[in-house]
Design a protein around this ligand. Structure first.
Ligand SMILES: [Zn+2]
Length: 177
């Protein structure tokens, strides 16, 4: 979203994405400073300020490794709504395929789930990729802590790139390198 704000730790690592309302509160309460502004001006209570895009905490927080929830949506996001069998891209038609089918004992895990278009999912049916002769574009993995997984690539502001890079995760990949 255009109003999302990237939150950096004191050490400049990206730790979260928050709303601009919360970001402004943190700035006014002295907990954070602005690292990058947007052009847009917002009317705050007493003075005008530009909409923050990136803020940095003025204290260090230890953050526990957060796990990315295993949901259908997050699997699709991890795979960027791209069918892992044929490379088709699209948000509406995508399904989550059990690579080793459920009926064959395949678990519902990050490693056994992949984004697949309806056609590929139907074609593969109750077979393994090997049996169906359908290769996966890449090995599915559990994503590391990635706060921006909820943010679609085309909405990520350019200026966020260098801080996300600190994680050694490119915006294009957004999953474990
Ligand atoms: Zn496909």
């Amino acid at each position: 979203m255009l109003t999302d704000v990237l939150v950096l730790n004191f050490t400049y690592e990206a730790i979260n994405v928050t709303s601009f309302q919360r970001a402004v509160k943190m700035i006014f309460s002295g907990k954070a400073e602005i690292v990058h502004n947007r052009d847009r001006v917002i009317a705050a209570t007493t003075r005008e300020m530009r909409m923050p895009s990136i803020i940095r905490l003025l204290y260090y927080i230890r953050r526990p490794m957060q796990r990315v929830a295993l949901t259908k949506k997050n699997v699709l996001l991890r795979d960027d709504y791209t069918c892992q069998y044929c490379g088709t891209h699209g948000e509406k038609l995508m399904t989550v395929d059990h690579i080793v089918p459920k009926s064959r004992g395949g678990p519902s895990t990050w490693e056994n789930l992949a984004c697949a278009c309806m056609q590929c999912n139907n074609r593969k049916n109750n077979r393994t990729p090997h049996e169906a002769n359908m290769a996966l574009a890449r090995k599915p993995r559990q994503p590391k802590y990635i706060p921006w997984i909820q943010v679609k690539r085309n909405t990520l502001p350019d200026e966020w790139g260098k801080f996300l890079f600190l994680y050694n995760v490119s915006i294009e990949e957004r999953i474990e390198a």
